[in-house]
Design a protein around this ligand. Structure first.
Ligand code: AMP
Length: 281
């Protein structure tokens, strides 16, 4: 497995690979890899792509009081996992490689960027869209793979790809969960034992909303209330949002329909976690 630290090496690898007739699948990550990330790699391999994973903790998607400095960095373990999966190359740039001095161009998907996590984390989706646009420009992948875990991010990136006419196909993979239902996340490792137990409130909230929909409930408020009830059972859980939205626009759904996105975000101590489902899935 090749480790590529520069855009020039990444571009050369991708072009050589594609000239040989192969397709390139890009899996963008921030590292601290778990089975959720590996499911994206496997999806890419299943499509027949030669797979490149980027590992880059992107500073522009973190707010000033967020966890950029302490975000887990486990590069050697990540590479061992990826090599075992059959990944061919890892793009692991320094910050200056992605943001050369004087970098002044950002990608903002207006409207969408301010909804859901974008409302709680101003500037977050601007950072995400910017870094993913750069990764696409540098890699020129045939396909790129993202997790439904970050469903609002998916909506933002789909919109960006359409608006900027980017020649890449986005694939969205299901949420991978721990055995007890907690959505896998690099941030789960921040949780204390009691926070880890309380964090189950998120997946329970999602299940409660999904069950209400399955039982015939179509009122947005009632579905959100069912989810919120689970989140508020433990006083250790601080709700950020509970929302039922159209997955394309991220605007509130008037009436719940199959395909709508039920999303929650909550704090366990200093750790913010998210979870979601697509109604009817
Ligand atoms: P991150 O390293 O957190 O930026 O995540 C990189 C990619 O992995 C994103 O597309 C995430 O949506 C995806 N991902 C993270 N956690 C999961 C999960 N539990 N299941 C599926 N995909 C995930």
């Amino acid at each position: 497995m090749q480790i590529l630290p520069t855009v020039a090496e990444l571009r050369a690898w991708s072009r050589t690979t594609q000239r040989s007739g192969a397709t390139v699948g890009l899996v963008p990550t921030m590292g601290a890899l778990h089975a959720g990330h590996l499911s994206l790699v496997r999806a890419a391999l299943t499509q027949g792509d030669r797979v490149i994973v980027s590992i880059f903790v992107n500073p522009t998607q973190f707010g000033p009081n967020e966890d950029f400095a302490r975000y887990p960095r486990t590069f050697d373990a990540d590479c061992a996992l990826l090599e075992a999966e059959g990944v061919e190359a890892v793009f692991a740039p320094a910050i200056e490689e992605m943001y050369p001095s004087g970098a002044a161009t950002f990608v903002e998907v207006e409207g969408l960027s301010g909804r859901l996590d974008g409302q709680s984390r101003p500037g977050h989706f601007r950072g995400v869209a910017t870094v993913v646009a750069k990764l696409f420009a540098a890699t020129e992948p045939t396909r790129a793979y993202f997790g439904q875990k970050d469903a609002a991010q998916v909506a933002v990136l789909r919109h960006m790809v359409a608006d900027l006419l980017l020649p890449v196909e986005l694939f969205v993979c299901p949420i991978v969960r721990e055995a007890d239902g907690l959505a896998m996340s690099s941030r789960n490792r921040y949780l204390s034992a009691t926070e880890r137990a309380d964090a189950l409130a998120l997946s329970r909230a999602i299940q409660a909303g999904q069950s209400a929909f399955a039982a015939g409930q179509r009122t947005t408020e009632a579905i959100c209330a069912a989810a919120r009830l689970e989140l508020t059972r433990s006083s250790a859980v601080r709700v950020d949002y509970v929302a039922l939205v159209d997955w394309t626009t991220l605007l509130p759904a008037e009436q719940a329909r199959a395909g709508d996105l039920l999303a929650v975000a909550a704090w366990l101590g200093a750790t913010r976690l998210i979870d979601n489902c697509i109604l009817g899935d």
